[in-house]
Design a binder for this molecule. Structure first.
Ligand code: F6R
Length: 242
């Protein structure tokens, strides 16, 4: 695991964007894994800028979002389908038909999760997975106690995560209780993982991720077993590292 401490979110975004740019130069039809939340936004801003100003080409790329709320209408501004579209797909040259999000409205959620796993596998697997980190150490929405071998499935959000995400909704009561998320095993299959975390509220989780014992109580710590993970943090998020 490589840990890079940067000055601010913009620098983090630039560094992560350089990983994406280098991948696309080698593999124009690369498969990206996309996180939502606040942490990857500077990355998406930078990819948009490089697309407009430097001709970064994502026209042959494919993308899979990490997660989606269960029961939230697709056009709700906080649905991850909407977020990925607004922050990423509409600002770069990717073919929208090649941008996939788990279906939180499927009649048969279990079958739909299995189909999502199949779609990732059929696309050749994820080359570069972008991650954020929950204050409780979650990656995707694999909350504490998740199986470290899990695949895409339904999970219940903790109250802390619901409160953390209430800023994207008009009230806490509107935040769904359930999500569909790529599993820990799904994330571990990605060839390169780039995790972004900033701010003091993430410091303990970053400590657990990098230096803690590998435990399902800080799910991100499993990345210590991943062969190619890059953790990009600002100084506040790095402040509990030894
Ligand atoms: C989002 C996701 C979550 C977030 C995490 C951090 O798709 O899977 O794991 O990455 O909750 O969120 P932010 O970046 O908003 O602090």
């Amino acid at each position: 695991m490589e840990v890079v401490v940067v000055k601010d979110a913009r620098e983090a975004g630039r560094l992560a964007a350089s990983a994406v740019t280098a991948l696309l130069a080698r593999t124009p039809d690369a498969v990206l894994g996309l996180a939502t939340g606040s942490s990857p936004l500077p990355l998406y801003d930078e990819l948009a800028r490089r697309s407009t100003e430097e001709g970064l080409d994502l026209s042959r790329a494919t993308a899979f979002a990490l997660d989606e709320y269960v029961g939230l209408r697709r056009d709700h501004p906080a649905s991850y389908r909407s977020v990925i579209r607004r922050e990423f797909s509409e600002r770069v040259t990717i073919d929208p038909a090649r941008v996939h999000t788990p279906d939180g409205l499927a009649g048969d959620l279990v079958a739909s999760c299995a189909a999502y796993e199949d779609a990732i596998r059929d696309a050749g697997g994820i080359d570069l997975q972008i991650l954020g980190l929950g204050a409780d150490g979650h990656i995707g929405f694999n909350e504490p106690g998740s199986s470290l071998a899990s695949r895409t499935r339904i999970k219940t959000l903790t109250e802390q995560t619901r409160r953390d995400n209430a800023r994207f909704f008009s009230s806490l009561s509107e935040v769904p209780h359930h999500v569909v998320t790529q599993g820990v095993g799904t994330i571990m299959d990605a060839r390169h993982v780039v995790l972004l975390a900033g701010g003091a509220a993430k410091a303990q989780a970053v400590h657990g991720l990098v230096e803690g014992p590998v435990t399902a109580m800080c799910v991100g710590s499993v990345l210590q077993f991943h062969p190619h993970t890059t953790v990009i943090v600002d100084e506040a998020a790095a402040s509990a590292l030894l």
